[in-house]
Design a protein around this ligand. Structure first.
Ligand code: PEP
Length: 255
């Protein structure tokens, strides 16, 4: 398999820096030397520095959950790519459906963030996925196609393998409803085909496409065994070391 599996934990707006420390310590103690799977933890901004110091020297990478596309200036409350790099973040989640729905982020705005992150040597985890209404209307693939195409506008062949795509059906996030393996694999294969059209077969085969949406230790092995599912973006199950570590083990077993 040319794509190493990747398990990324999205802690969302959970854990103060004080609460984040023991979780990060437990993950480092149990998986900090794991090189079979790429592991990324994405705490809230306020815990990045604390968690960054704990994962330093281990194989666990640090990610942020968002950033602003501009390099700096009058953007009250925002965080730039350079600020994240300064804390040794290597990844950043962009276009999460919660950002799209609660904060009105558009594909064009998310695209600016994707290109800004790459310019600053941050690997974007670009989230895409349809709502329940879009799935029921039969427009899933069309919606995902636009999100991928616009999200990646201007991303060069040189940069594309630094991008991770996360397919997260909105109706499966935090709801306990998981996409069936067939539903997930269908969309992952479609995204791979789209990437092949955009970047050619060789590069498309190297790009990781994660599944996100109520991934848990119980359903992970089946999802991770799918040909085009290269890992998971994990919300709820990333907030406890035990379930997060089980997901890492499931990814290692599926490689
Ligand atoms: C997410 O927030 O990206 C996510 C997939 O959440 P959950 O695993 O809780 O559904």
């Amino acid at each position: 398999m040319i794509r190493k599996k990747l398990i990324a934990g999205n802690w969302k707006m959970n854990k103060t820096a004080t609460e984040a420390a023991p979780l990060a310590q437990e993950i480092v103690a149990a998986a900090g030397r794991n090189t079979d799977v790429d592991i990324v933890v994405c705490p809230p901004f306020t815990a990045l520095e604390t968690v960054g110091k704990i994962v330093d020297g281990s194989s666990i990478k640090l990610g942020a959950q968002n950033m602003h596309p501009e390099a700096g200036g009058a953007y009250t409350g925002e965080i730039s790519a350079a600020m994240l790099r300064d804390l040794f973040a290597t990844h950043v989640i962009l276009g999460h459906s919660e950002r799209r729905s609660y904060f009105g982020e558009t594909d064009a705005f998310i695209n600016k963030k994707v290109t800004a992150s790459l310019k600053n040597q941050l690997k974007p985890i670009l989230c895409v996925g349809e709502t329940l209404a879009e799935r029921e209307a039969g427009t899933t693939l069309k919606v995902v196609q636009t999100q991928v195409e616009v999200g990646l506008e201007g991303v060069s062949n040189d940069d594309i393998t630094n991008v991770v795509i996360a397919y997260e059906p909105v109706w499966a996030i935090g709801t306990g409803k998981v996409a069936t393996t067939e539903q997930a694999q269908e969309v992952h294969a479609f995204i791979r085909e789209l990437l092949t059209k955009l970047y050619g077969e060789a590069l498309a085969q190297k790009i990781r496409i994660l599944y996100g949406g109520s991934m848990k230790p119980a359903n992970a092995p089946e999802l991770l065994a799918q040909k085009d599912i290269d890992g998971g973006l994990i919300g709820g199950a990333a907030l406890e070391s035990r379930s997060f570590l089980e997901l890492i083990n499931a990814a290692a077993a599926a490689k």
